[in-house]
Design a binder for this molecule. Structure first.
Ligand code: FES
Length: 172
């Protein structure tokens, strides 16, 4: 016959553990919920509206400043885009006006992104495609020099002189 007034250490310990467990779950639940809020994330691939910071760990292979890392690099005033944001064998549209390309690793080119036919913004090429397409009427231009290959555009894309400074593709 059980005596309910007798202290049972096992039952007391079980009650204590259950209480601690419930508090632990409450604390863990309070830590979640922000995992998708990544600063600076978002946007469309191939489109860059503002220069983003280049990678700062391990040095940037395009950094010609000779600083060797350490302090965060200053964004040059004439920066178009961080060099690391331009895919090798592809390109990005910057500020809806400039197509910045990296046909080979470390080699950058840029053209006016506005099609000379009726002013549509051309599509950046990808995966090493040597042709830049205009999505409106399918004019085609060479990545190598911006010249017109096909379509209604009356001429090729205007070249924009660029260089690399402090990890950014800049207007030269
Ligand atoms: S606007 Fe580019 S081909 Fe017509």
């Amino acid at each position: 016959m059980p005596d309910e007034d007798v202290f049972n250490p096992c039952a007391a310990r079980r009650t204590l553990l259950l209480g601690a467990s419930a508090m632990g779950i409450a604390v863990l639940a309070g830590c979640g919920g922000d995992s998708d809020a990544t600063p600076g994330a978002g946007g469309s691939p191939g489109v860059s509206s503002a220069p983003a910071a280049p990678a700062t760990t391990g040095g940037n292979p395009f950094d010609d400043s000779g600083s060797g890392g350490g302090a965060a690099p200053q964004v040059p005033a004439n920066a178009l885009v961080a060099a690391g944001e331009v895919p090798v064998g592809g390109g990005v549209i910057v500020k809806d006006t400039v197509l910045v390309l990296q046909p080979a690793k470390g080699s950058f080119k840029a053209y006016d992104a506005v099609c000379p036919h009726e002013g549509a913004i051309v599509d950046p090429p990808f995966d090493g495609n040597p042709i830049i397409m205009c999505p409106r009427h399918n004019s085609k231009f060479k990545v190598a020099d911006g010249s017109r290959v096909d379509g209604p555009a009356p001429r090729g894309l205007k070249s924009v002189k660029v260089g690399v400074k402090s990890g950014y593709v800049v207007r030269a």
